[in-house]
Structures are given as structure tokens and as C-alpha cells.
Design a protein around this ligand. Structure first.
Ligand SMILES: [Zn+2]
Length: 336
């Protein structure tokens, strides 16, 4: 391993298709077939949208030895080329990111570029992927630029970023931009279900993650679907005491997640009042409780409720303890 190149563990690598944006793969497949693939691309889109998964899928498409094109496959996933990419050991596919550090350093980029000068191991195009390119230091960006100015025909560079404006103009101008958009929430829910997720959880997380597959996966790993039921039950439908609030606010991440869940609940209540079909509500799994909750408030009261939650999220963001704000929110709760 060249120092500075990260070795992704198997679990980091997207083996499931839910992350991959197929329209981008189709586009790259066509460009490859026509010999019109550019030297460098910048994949732009929010975190969890599938930029990295799609970049790795492009690498597999280039390196795959036995894709079944007749079956509509871009790559097989089981040949030595595909398997090596999945285990981060393919000599012609290199991935770098900041790892545990705050930035991508010049040494990492030098390591990457020294590999770019070597002949391709398998005679195919070499693929270099830089994840979250916006965190490259200025020196690292400048070192990288040099390579972009002297493109080599057997190299494909893919940079991913959630903040395109944070990248140097000179980097942006030398890359072709590929924009990633969230997929429809219902489409994502269907994909998650096909992937074996339980129906109610798939629906909630597809909506809660606003169509971002990677975020839905992370939230599932964090157990948000189970937690949200407990939180709502404790806070809205039981007499939650001061200790409950104290315990929650000791964990900033959990407090943020709780406020976000509470906000999504109140917003569902607002949607219900505007006549949105129960089918399209985020908390469809708790439909009855939601209907009862919404019935106790006027539209205006729910809007005020929402505003107090937003205030809590802002205070948290600014580093304040939100215990007092949670008490204010608690006082807004009306019971049957
Ligand atoms: Zn393959």
C-alpha cells in the first residue's frame, strides 16, 4: 500500500445496489463505448446520496472481466476484478479520503499521483477516486491540479464532493460535473423493501432520509426507527419527567435526533390538517396516534410547536444546553 491511501473495509464498500445511481452508470457506459470518457469528473451531491458507491461501480464497470451485458449488467460483482475492488486491493483502482483526519494532505495526493504514473496493471484504464475532495488542503489541491493539467489517456479521476463551492475554481473548471439528486421517496422505499427491509421501517426511513439511500442506511444502523417510537411515546404520550429530559440532553447527538424526529412528527400533523393522504405521511406506522395528536391542536398551534422545535435545534447547533427549551416544548403538549 502506498502510504496515505486508505484501505476501506468490506463493510464500507457498497455491495448493495440501493446506493448506486444507475443513470450515471448508464451515462458512463455510453461514454466508454463511444470512446468519449473525459479525464476527470466531479460527482456533486449531498452526503449519503450514493456518489462513492457510484464511483466504485464505475471502477467495476471498467475493470470487470465478465459482465453479462445481455442481462443488462454493468459489472458482474464476482470476477477477480470486481472482487478486488470490493476488497480495496485492485492495483488499478485507488481510493483516498481524509480518514480520521480533518483534511486530505499533500502526501496522500503525491502517493496517489505516483501510482498514476505507473503502467496499468491489467491494461485497462486506471481509476482514482478522491472522496470529499473539498477537504484537500490548498497544497494537496495544487499538486492534484498538475495531474489534471497533464491528462493521461489511461487514467480516470473521480472526485466526490458535497460542497462544490469549497473546491478550488481551477479544480472545478477542469472536471466534468455530474450532479446527484435524491431519488423519489417512494422509489427509495420500494428499493429498501426489495433489499429485505421491513415495510414500515423502509417507508419511514425513505421519507425521513428524504430519498438519500446512504442516509437511510446510516439511520437504520443507528436504530432511528425503533428510537423514534420510544421517544414519541415517552415524550408525547407518557408523563415524561425532568430526569428523562436530563438524560436525553446529556447526549447531544441523541438530543438532535430526538428534536428532528419530533419536528417530523409535528410536520406530519400539519400535513394531516392540510388533507394529505395518510399514505404519504412519514409516520404512517403510527397513523392512529398521529391522528389523535393532530386533532388536539389547531393548525396555528402546530405551527407554533414547530417553531419552538426549530428554536431548540438552533440553540443546540450554537452549543447551548436545550434543557429549558425542551421544558418549553413539553408545556405545549396537550393530552386527551
Ligand atoms: Zn466483474
Amino acid at each position: 500500500m502506498v502510504s496515505g491511501l486508505i484501505k476501506l473495509s468490506l463493510t464500507d464498500l457498497p455491495l448493495k445496489a440501493i446506493d448506486i445511481q444507475e443513470s450515471v452508470l448508464t451515462r458512463f457506459h455510453d461514454l466508454l463505448a463511444k470512446g468519449r470518457l473525459a479525464h476527470a469528473y466531479l460527482f456533486v451531491g449531498p452526503a449519503g446520496i450514493g456518489k462513492m458507491s457510484t464511483a466504485l461501480a464505475v471502477a467495476k464497470m471498467i475493470q470487470c472481466e465478465t459482465p453479462d451485458r445481455a442481462a443488462g449488467q454493468f459489472f458482474c460483482g464476482v470476477c477477480p476484478g470486481c472482487v478486488k475492488i470490493a476488497s480495496a486491493s485492485h492495483p488499478d483502482v485507488m481510493v483516498t479520503d481524509q480518514g480520521e483526519e480533518a483534511s486530505i494532505k499533500i502526501e496522500q495526493i503525491r502517493g496517489l499521483l505516483s501510482r498514476a504514473r505507473l503502467r496499468s496493471f491489467y491494461g485497462r484504464r486506471k481509476v482514482f477516486i478522491v472522496r470529499n475532495a473539498e477537504v484537500m488542503t490548498t497544497e494537496a489541491s495544487n499538486a492534484f491540479l498538475k495531474n489534471l493539467e497533464e491528462p493521461s489517456s489511461d487514467t480516470l479521476i473521480i472526485l466526490t464532493t458535497g460542497a462544490p463551492e469549497a473546491n478550488l475554481d481551477t479544480i472545478r473548471s477542469r472536471c466534468q460535473m455530474v450532479y446527484f439528486h435524491p431519488i423519489g421517496v417512494d422509489e427509495l422505499a420500494a428499493r429498501l423493501k426489495r433489499d429485505g427491509w421491513e415495510e414500515k421501517e423502509a417507508h419511514f426511513l425513505a421519507y425521513y432520509a428524504e430519498g438519500c439511500p446512504g442516509q437511510a442506511k446510516q439511520m437504520r444502523e443507528a436504530g432511528i426507527f425503533q428510537k423514534k417510537k420510544e421517544w414519541l411515546d415517552d415524550f408525547l404520550f407518557s408523563e415524561c419527567g425532568d430526569d428523562w429530559i436530563k438524560d436525553l440532553t446529556n447526549d447531544k447527538g441523541a438530543t438532535r435526533d430526538f428534536l428532528a424526529v419530533l419536528r417530523s412528527w409535528v410536520r406530519d400533523g400539519l400535513l394531516l390538517k392540510t388533507g394529505t393522504a395518510a399514505e404519504r405521511l412519514m409516520h404512517r406506522d403510527l397513523g392512529e396516534a398521529l391522528t389523535r395528536f393532530a386533532a388536539r391542536y389547531s393548525f396555528r398551534e402546530l405551527e407554533d410547536f414547530d417553531q419552538e422545535i426549530i428554536k431548540g435545534l438552533r440553540l443546540l447547533q450554537d452549543g447551548f444546553n436545550v434543557r429549558v427549551q425542551l421544558n418549553i416544548i413539553r408545556m405545549l403538549i396537550k393530552r386527551d
